[in-house]
Write a protein that binds this ligand. Structure first.
Ligand code: COA
Ligand code: AMP
Length: 626
C-alpha cells in the first residue's frame, strides 16, 4: 500500500500542502494561498481566499487549451432512439447562451434556480449555465411528485424553474408541466420565471401557460454570457436529500472545494482523464449524477455519456452493453440494483456476447451495498474489476474506495475498500467509544471533512449541527453502521437511522409514514425498509386502523399506494400494506422499527427489555410468519 498510504498520510499530516497541491489542477481566477479555514470549527471552509468559475473549468478551459473539438457529452436515449453529441466548443456555446437566457430573466449570482428535468442534455446545460453566472442550482429528480417539488421550492426560494414538457418511462410518459403548475400553486414563494424545454414526445408546452418561456425560442436569440467570478466558498448547488424526518435536507456544495475534490477523484479514484469516455448510468437528480455525469468528467476534459433509459426493457438486458460498445466506454459507474436487474433478465449474459465491450476497463458501483453475489456475477461476466465505493449526497464524492488511479488494491467482496485520503473514518459505539477492528458500530468521520463535502444545510445551521455534528464531538455522523476490518478495509452494513435505500434511491420512511398517516382510516402506522432481492430494500407499511374504520384491506392498500405516489412520487415504490391490530412499542412509546424489520426479514431478533407489551410483538411475528 505504498502510494495510497503516502497520500493518506500526507492528507492527514500536512493537509495544507496536500490540498493546495491538488488545487493546482484547477484554473483559478485568484489561486488559494491556504487550504482550510477552521476559524469557525466545527464549521469549515475550503480555499477561503480563492476565486474561480466552475463552468469555466468544465468548459472554457479545455476549449482555450485547443481541445474545443473533443467530445464533451454524448446523449444516448434508448427512449427515443436518438444520439446527440456535443464537442467542448458546442457545449460551451449552449451553456453560454443559456446563461444569457437566465441573465436576461434577471437571474443573478447567488439566486437559486430549480431544475426539474428528465435525462436530456438541457439538464446538464442548465446546471452549467447556473454555475456560469454564479446562480445556485437545485436539481429535483423527475420521479418526485408536485408536493415534493413544492417543498424544495419553499426551502430554496428560487427565482426561476427550468423544466421540460416531460420524461419518458417505459410504457408511459411523465408530463412535468401539470406537476410544475401544481407545485407553483402549492409553494409559498413561487418563482417569477419558468422556462420549458419542449419535447416532441410529450404533450404540453410553455405556450399553454401565460408568462412561461420556451427554451428554444429564448435560446434562438440569446446573448452568450461569460463566466462570473465567484468565491471558492460560494454555493454551487443545493441538493435535497432524505433525512429522518419528512422535510428533506438541503445539502450545500461550494465551488472551490468541489472542483478540487472532483478533479482529484477522477484521476485518483476512477483513473479517468482527458479524452477518456466515461459513463455514469444514474440520473442528474441524484448526487452521483451531479458529480459524475456532469461536473467530474467535464472538469478533467473527459467525454461523459448521458443515458436516457433503463438497464432492462429499453429494449432489453443488452442496453448497457450496447451503450458501452457504441461509445467505446472506458469505465461505467452504476448502482448495484441496475446490475441485479440485468442479471435477473439475462442470467447467462447472452446479450453481452452481442456487443464488443472490449474498451471497458472498470465497472464502478455505488449508491447502495454491493452484495457479494452481484459482485461475483458482474466480475465473472464482464471480466473487468468491479469496484465498489461508498459515499453519500452529503460528501459528494467517495469516502471509501479502491483508488484505481492512485494504487489499485486487492478487492474484497462486500467492502468498498479503504478510506479515501482526506477522510478519517472511525467506528464508535452509542457512547462514542472507539471500536476496534471487526467491531460493528456507527461509522463516523473525524472533522474536518475534506474539500467537496457539504458546506452545511441550506439556511439551517442548527439542523446541520444537530444531524451531523452533535452526536459525537469532533466527528461527522454518516448515519451508516459498519466496521473496519483488520486490514483497514471498511464494511458498510446499512443505515442506522430511518433512511432507506430503494433501488439506489434514498428515501425517508418518516416522510412515507406522514403520508400514510394522513389517510382518514389510519390511526397510526410504521413504514420500514425490508429486504428486496432486486431493489435492495423496499418500503413496507404497517397500519393500525381507527376504531370503527370500515374499509376493505385491498381498497385501503390501493388508496395508500395512490396517496404516496401522488404526494411523494413513483420513486417511493410503495406497494406493501399490512393491517395490524397494534404496533410494537417501547414503554416510552417509540415504535420498535428495527425489531419489526428483523421479523419481516425473518431474521433472528431479541425482544427489547423496554417493550411495552410483548404480546404485540409475538402477534406480529405470527402474522408475518416470523
Ligand atoms: N421520472 C418519473 N418516474 C420515474 C423516474 C423518473 N425520472 N425514475 C423512476 N421512475 C418511476 C418508475 O417508472 C417506476 O414507476 P412504476 O411504479 O410506475 O413502475 C418507479 O418510479 C420506481 O422506479 P425504480 O425503482 O427506479 O425502478 P425502475 O424499474 O424504473 O428502474 C433501475 C430500475 C435499476 C434502472 C433504477 O432504479 C436505477 O437506475 N437505479 C439506480 C439509481 C441511481 O442511479 N442512484 C444513484 C447512485 S448510482
Ligand atoms: P445517497 O445520499 O442517496 O447517495 O445515499 C447514501 C447512502 O447510500 C449511504 O449513507 C449508504 O447508506 C448507502 N450507500 C451508498 N453507497 C454505498 C456502498 N457502496 N455500500 C453500502 N452502502 C452505500
Amino acid at each position: 500500500m505504498g502510494r495510497y498510504s503516502d497520500a493518506f498520510a500526507a492528507a492527514r499530516d500536512d493537509r495544507e500542502t496536500f490540498w493546495l497541491d491538488a488545487a493546482g489542477a484547477v484554473d483559478w481566477v485568484s489561486a488559494p494561498t491556504h487550504a482550510l479555514d477552521d476559524a469557525d470549527a466545527p464549521l469549515y471552509r475550503w480555499f477561503p481566499d480563492a476565486t474561480l468559475n466552475t463552468s469555466y473549468n468544465a468548459l472554457d478551459r479545455h476549449v482555450d487549451a485547443g481541445h474545443g473539438d473533443r467530445t464533451a457529452l454524448i446523449w444516448d436515449s434508448a427512449m427515443v432512439g436518438e444520439v446527440r453529441t456535443f464537442t467542448y466548443a458546442e457545449l460551451l456555446d449552449e451553456v453560454s447562451r443559456f446563461a444569457g437566457v437566465l441573465s436576461a430573466a434577471d437571474v443573478s449570482a447567488g439566486d437559486r434556480v430549480v431544475i426539474y428535468m428528465p435525462m436530456i442534455p438541457e439538464a446538464a446545460i442548465a446546471m452549467l449555465a447556473c454555475a456560469r453566472i454564479g446562480a445556485v442550482h437545485s436539481v429535483v429528480f423527475g420521479g418526485f411528485a408536485a408536493p415534493e417539488l413544492a417543498t424544495r421550492i419553499d426551502d430554496a426560494e428560487p427565482v426561476a424553474i427550468v423544466t421540460a414538457s416531460g420524461g419518458l418511462e417505459p410504457g408511459r410518459t411523465v408530463e412535468y408541466l401539470p406537476m410544475v403548475e401544481k407545485a407553483v400553486e402549492l409553494a409559498a414563494s413561487p418563482p417569477a420565471t419558468v422556462i420549458v424545454k419542449d419535447r416532441d414526445e410529450i404533450t404540453g408546452s410553455a405556450a399553454d401557460h401565460a408568462g412561461w418561456l420556451d427554451w428554444d425560442a429564448e435560446m434562438a436569440d440569446a446573448a452568450p454570457a461569460g463566466p462570473t467570478t465567484v468565491a471558492a466558498t460560494d454555493p454551487l448547488y443545493i441538493l435535497y436529500t432524505s433525512g429522518t424526518t419528512g422535510k428533506p435536507k438541503g445539502v450545500v456544495r461550494d465551488n472551490g472545494g468541489h472542483a478540487v475534490a472532483l478533479t482529484w477523484s477522477m484521476r485518483n479514484i476512477y483513473d479517468i482523464g482527458a479524452g477518456d469516455v466515461w459513463w455514469t448510468a444514474s440520473d442528474v437528480g441524484w448526487v452521483v449524477g451531479h458529480s459524475y455525469i456532469v461536473y467530474g468528467p467535464l472538469l478533467v476534459g473527459a467525454t461523459t455519456v448521458m443515458y436516457e433509459g433503463k438497464p432492462v426493457g429499453t429494449p432489453d438486458a443488452g442496453a448497457f452493453w450496447r451503450v458501452v460498445a457504441d461509445h467505446k466506454v472506458a469505465a461505467l459507474f452504476t448502482a448495484p440494483t441496475a446490475i441485479r436487474a440485468i442479471r435477473k433478465a439475462d442470467p447467462d449474459a447472452l446479450e453481452l456476447g452481442k456487443y464488443d465491450t472490449s474498451t471497458l476497463r472498470t465497472l464502478f458501483a455505488a449508491g447502495e451495498r454491493l452484495d457479494p453475489d452481484t459482485f461475483e456475477w458482474a466480475g465473472a461476466t464482464l471480466g473487468v474489476p468491479v469496484v465498489d465505493h461508498w459515499w453519500q449526497t452529503e460528501t459528494g464524492w467517495a469516502i471509501a474506495a479502491n483508488l484505481r488511479g492512485l494504487e489499485p488494491m486487492p478487492i474484497k467482496a462486500g467492502s468498498p475498500t479503504v478510506p479515501v485520503p482526506g477522510y478519517h473514518v472511525g467506528i464508535v459505539d452509542a457512547e462514542g467509544k472507539q471500536l476496534g477492528p471487526g467491531e460493528e458500530g456507527n461509522i463516523v468521520i473525524e472533522l474536518p471533512l475534506p474539500p467537496g463535502t457539504l458546506a452545511g444545510l441550506w439556511r439551517d445551521e442548527e439542523r446541520y449541527r444537530k444531524s451531523y455534528l452533535s452526536a459525537f464531538d469532533g466527528y461527522y455522523l454518516t448515519g451508516d453502521s459498519g466496521y473496519v476490518d483488520a486490514d483497514g478495509y471498511v464494511v458498510v452494513l446499512g443505515r442506522s437511522d430511518d433512511v432507506i435505500n430503494v433501488a439506489g434511491h434514498r428515501l425517508s420512511t418518516g416522510s412515507i409514514e406522514a403520508v400514510v398517516a394522513s389517510h382518514p382510516a389510519v390511526a397510526e402506522c410504521a413504514v420500514i425498509g425490508i429486504h428486496d432481492d432486486l431493489k435492495g430494500q423496499r418500503p413496507s407499511g404497517y397500519v393500525v386502523l381507527k376504531a370503527g374504520a370500515d374499509i376493505e384491506a385491498d381498497t385501503l392498500r390501493g388508496e395508500l399506494v395512490a396517496l404516496v405516489r401522488n404526494e411523494i412520487g413513483a420513486v417511493a415504490t410503495f406497494r406493501d400494506v399490512t393491517v395490524v391490530p397494534a404496533l410494537p412499542k417501547t414503554r416510552s412509546g417509540k415504535i420498535l422499527r428495527k425489531t419489526m424489520r428483523q421479523i419481516a426479514d425473518h431474521e433472528e431478533y431479541t425482544v427489547p427489555s423496554t417493550i411495552e407489551d410483548p404480546d404485540v410483538l409475538a402477534d406480529l411475528a405470527k402474522q408475518l410468519g416470523g
